[in-house]
Design a protein around this ligand. Structure first.
Ligand SMILES: C[S@@+](CC[C@H](N)C(=O)[O-])C[C@H]1O[C@@H](n2cnc3c(N)ncnc32)[C@H](O)[C@@H]1O
Length: 247
């Protein structure tokens, strides 16, 4: 990276004047016509639009009443999100993913399974967060978000001081924050940032609690590839404490 670009990046930090800077991919190979058609027709129906002022009314996003709203940051191909939405039809799901090919794949799963409880934000989740009301999410997944292994890129990591504060605001009392990763450097980083937050409790009591997935776990595409390479993921589940000071 050139010195000038590096300097700009340092000055910008996680959230610059124009909102968070996106460093990941937005596009891969050219979409097949049927996938492009889903982007052109189904995505506009399911897209969460940012309101010009105020906060979003999350429950009104869904055609049927929902018991709770859960959000996935970086759903990739959407296999996990679609399977969770099928398993929990009474929950409204919001998936955030700027990678258009991933969004097209999730749309194909929504179409195939006739899912009505999924809405999409096809951009950086950090742009959506400011318009989400306090204590509005019952669960948040961030699975295998990019590890940015180089030290000079660590500030790009999704879990950082800034997002931890935001997640604590958005999660309801008792809500679950589910994270997974196979990159142990990033796992250590996430634990460092999350365990120092008094409003989040890591429920693991033994190694088994973070080396085995939760019972309703659905393997993600990235996770499958990591396991095929012999890597062992860590599953980190945190619970948001009560705002009244009682657990
Ligand atoms: C390594 S992939 C993993 C995808 C999927 N979760 C899986 O496990 O197969 C990481 C994904 O997170 C997305 N991502 C990272 N940070 C994000 C953010 N702030 N908002 C939305 N998506 C994000 C990236 O675009 C990328 O598709």
């Amino acid at each position: 990276m050139s010195a000038a670009k590096n300097k700009t990046e340092k000055n910008r930090g996680v959230s610059g004047r124009d909102g968070p800077q996106w460093y990941g991919r937005r596009r891969g190979h050219k979409l097949r016509p049927n996938r492009q058609a889903l982007i052109d027709t189904l995505l506009p129906e399911l897209r969460v639009e940012l309101p010009e002022t105020g906060k979003l009314d999350l429950r009104s996003l869904f055609p049927e009443p929902v018991r709770d709203v859960w959000l996935e940051v970086g759903f990739g191909g959407g296999e996990h999100l679609a399977a969770q939405a099928l398993a929990y039809p009474e929950i409204g799901f919001i998936g955030c993913e700027p990678f258009i090919n991933g969004t097209a794949n999730l749309l194909s799963l929504i179409d195939r399974d006739g899912l009505t409880n999924v809405r999409l934000f096809d951009d950086d989740a950090r742009k959506l967060f400011p318009v989400l009301p306090d204590a509005s999410l019952g669960r948040l997944y961030a699975l295998y978000t990019d590890p940015w292994p180089k030290t000079r890129h660590h500030r790009r990591r999704f879990i950082c001081g800034e997002t931890v504060d935001v997640l604590v605001r958005l999660l309801k009392d008792g809500a679950e924050l589910r994270l997974a990763h196979d990159h142990m450097g990033y796992v250590g980083w996430m634990l460092e940032h999350l365990t120092r937050c008094e409003d989040l409790q890591w429920r693991a009591r033994s190694k088994q609690d973070w080396t085995a997935p939760p019972t309703d776990w659905v393997e993600t595409r990235y996770e499958k590839k990591a396991k095929e390479k012999g890597l062992k993921p860590a599953y980190l589940c945190f619970v948001r404490g009560s705002r009244n000071g009682n657990e």
